[in-house]
Design a protein around this ligand. Structure first.
Ligand code: ZN
Length: 133
């Protein structure tokens, strides 16, 4: 069980990261708006450089979206007072682990199980993504 001060630390860590992500995604939106504007001009802009920047920003945005989802789930779990419980086996997650990685929802054992499992899943995903299946 987490102490009130540990809970406060978790909440602060998660809120701070959420704020950073919101800030970054706003910059991403600004970036795509600028891109639209420069497209209309189309004179002095190096299109390929812009495309590269845009693709990077988009990838970044997708990653942020996934991370944001995890942060929101963790904050929900914090509100419900279950952030320290593993979603798989309902055992307590080690406090040290939670403080290092507040978005985790699995204990170490389940995390390791999941990672082993994911390696096989990822292989399947790659195959279907290339249309082999
Ligand atoms: Zn577990």
């Amino acid at each position: 069980m987490l102490s009130p001060s540990e809970l406060t630390i978790l909440k602060q860590t998660l809120s701070a990261e959420k704020k950073t992500l919101i800030h970054q995604s706003q910059e991403g939106v600004l970036f795509s708006q600028n891109k639209d504007r420069s497209r209309q001009g189309r004179d002095s802009i190096d299109e390929s450089t812009t495309e590269t920047f845009y693709a990077t920003a988009l990838r970044f945005h997708d990653r942020n979206k996934d991370r944001m989802k995890l942060i929101e789930q963790a904050l929900d779990r914090l509100e419900q007072g279950i952030i320290h419980l593993c979603v798989e086996c309902e055992e307590s997650i080690e406090t040290k682990r939670l403080l290092l990685l507040p978005i985790t929802s699995l204990c170490i054992e389940c995390q390791q199980d999941k990672e082993e499992h994911q390696e096989t899943e990822n292989t399947d995903d790659t195959i279907s993504a290339f249309g082999v299946v």
